[in-house]
Design a protein around this ligand. Sequence first.
Ligand SMILES: Cc1ncc(CNC=O)c(N)n1
Length: 224
Amino acid sequence: MERSDRAAVTVTWLKKHRPIYIGATRHPFTLAIRDGSVDFSSFKRWLGQDYLFVRAFVPFLASVLVKAWKETDDDADVDVILGGIATLNDEIAWFKREASKWDVSLDSIVPQQTNLDYCRFLESLMSPDVDYAQAISAFWAIEAVYQESFAHCLEDDSKTPEALKETCRRWGNDGFGHYCRALQSLANQQLQKASEEVVAKAEVNFLRVLELEVDFWNMSRGTT
Ligand SMILES: Cc1ncc(CNC=O)c(N)n1
């Protein structure tokens, strides 16, 4: 069967790996935010670690932008990624404000092993040997997990504490949902014309992202 006859590649991955995807997007930490039982010290631990992650996410996005610029003909890909970089600029300012609100000192956060592992994975994708199809599909997966996790905390029947709603809105808002769908569609476009080998590598990366996201949420427990 030609790949063009099949459903979009990311859609087949989501179906095939559904339980793992659910594990990342319905994690006990975000479910505890949603039902209001979350322990604020867990939230503060997550906030500090995520700030470090987001700082490392900036050069990753820059590397995806360079790949898009080199490997695509129209401006659409670069424009979507550039929008992501602009959002990250606001996001870093937001982390600083939020951290001071919660008395979290960002200068003294020590990255935990899971965070170092995740940042090392991002760095491996920054290599010029990794092609754009792989980088954009990993990028989509990373953003999609946050979008789905936090959008779930904003549904009508959720009991998310008022103090955490702004955090949930940052990734759970409709604009971010739209941005994730745009990334997904860029990823599908690339995967559709990629070799079987590249698609296979991208699927492995997708699973690695889900695993790292689960480990990342787990860090909020403070037992690792
Ligand atoms: C661990 C992790 N994964 C995804 C995101 C969302 N992207 C940018 O903010 C994030 N902040 N942290």
